[in-house]
Design a protein around this ligand. Structure first.
Ligand code: PGA
Length: 257
């Protein structure tokens, strides 16, 4: 088990209107009231953030968005700034998810600008990286992950400081929404390499403290084994975060409460 407080984050993607948002948040809040050894976050679509915040009230649920733009304001039709997310009560933002990278052509250079802008504004970025099946089969997993880390966290590398408000999410693309999960050993191997990369590029202290989440078909049945790995500090959950009966047992690592 990792020595960092685990974070279980639900990435709702393009799902959940206001009423569904309110219902799911109520169900989560009622059930995590007594749990103080795990952080829980939900990332609804932009249009449900205000409703989510209202429903979260004083509960311990953290609120995140799924994307943002790096510029503070201006002529960027369809984009949202870090300040706007703070305005509606977000503390976190998911950046560089593989769906954004693949479907919307987001590059690591763009993710870097976003991560830097998020931290400057006081928002905690969850920076996603991960290899495709083809890259894994060609033995390029570590090369790809290192390249994404270098480019997506370049501004922090230049400043030689990686703030602990940054979380990294390792999400192998072949495991997202496919039902195929990386085995705990496969995930741990990459997480360990990411932590080593942080130590090599920043320092040991930050590498020990920074959270690295695993994402890709996390469900109640595999949560416990994944979370027992020493370098896995939580999960970024897609499909299984949309139903309380699946998300709640992930929060408790597959154990009954
Ligand atoms: P999944 O998605 O849990 O549905 O595989 C994970 C993610 O995309 O963050």
């Amino acid at each position: 088990m990792s020595r960092r407080t685990p974070l279980i984050a639900g990435n709702w993607k393009k799902n959940m209107g206001h009423e569904e948002t309110a219902g799911l948040i109520r169900a989560i809040a009622e059930n995590i009231a007594g749990l103080d050894d795990v952080d829980v976050l939900v990332a609804p679509p932009f249009t449900s953030l205000t409703r989510a915040k209202k429903e979260i009230g004083d509960s311990r649920i953290l609120l995140g968005a799924q994307n943002m733009h790096w510029e503070k304001s201006g002529a960027y039709t369809g984009e949202i700034s870090a300040a706007m997310l703070l305005d509606v009560g977000c503390t976190h933002v998911i950046l560089g998810h593989s769906e954004r990278r693949i479907l919307f052509k987001e590059t690591s250079e763009m993710v870097d600008l976003k991560a830097n802008a998020a931290v400057e504004a006081g928002l905690n970025p969850i920076v996603c990286i991960g290899e495709t099946l083809e890259e894994r089969e060609q033995g390029k997993t570590f090369e790809v992950v290192r390249d994404q880390l270098e480019k997506s966290l370049n501004n922090f590398r230049i400043k030689k400081t990686l703030p602990l408000s940054v979380t990294i999410a390792y999400e192998p693309v072949w495991a997202i929404g496919t039902g195929k999960t990386a085995t705990p050993a496969q995930a741990q191997e990459v997480h360990e390499a990411i932590r080593q990369w942080i130590e090599d590029n920043f320092d040991k202290d930050v590498s020990i403290k920074l959270r690295i989440l695993y994402g890709g078909s996390v469900k109640p049945e595999n949560a416990k084994d994944l979370m027992e790995m020493p370098d896995i500090d939580g999960a970024l959950v897609g499909g299984a975060s949309l139903k309380a009966e699946l998300f709640l047992p992930i929060i408790t690592f597959g154990e009954p409460r």
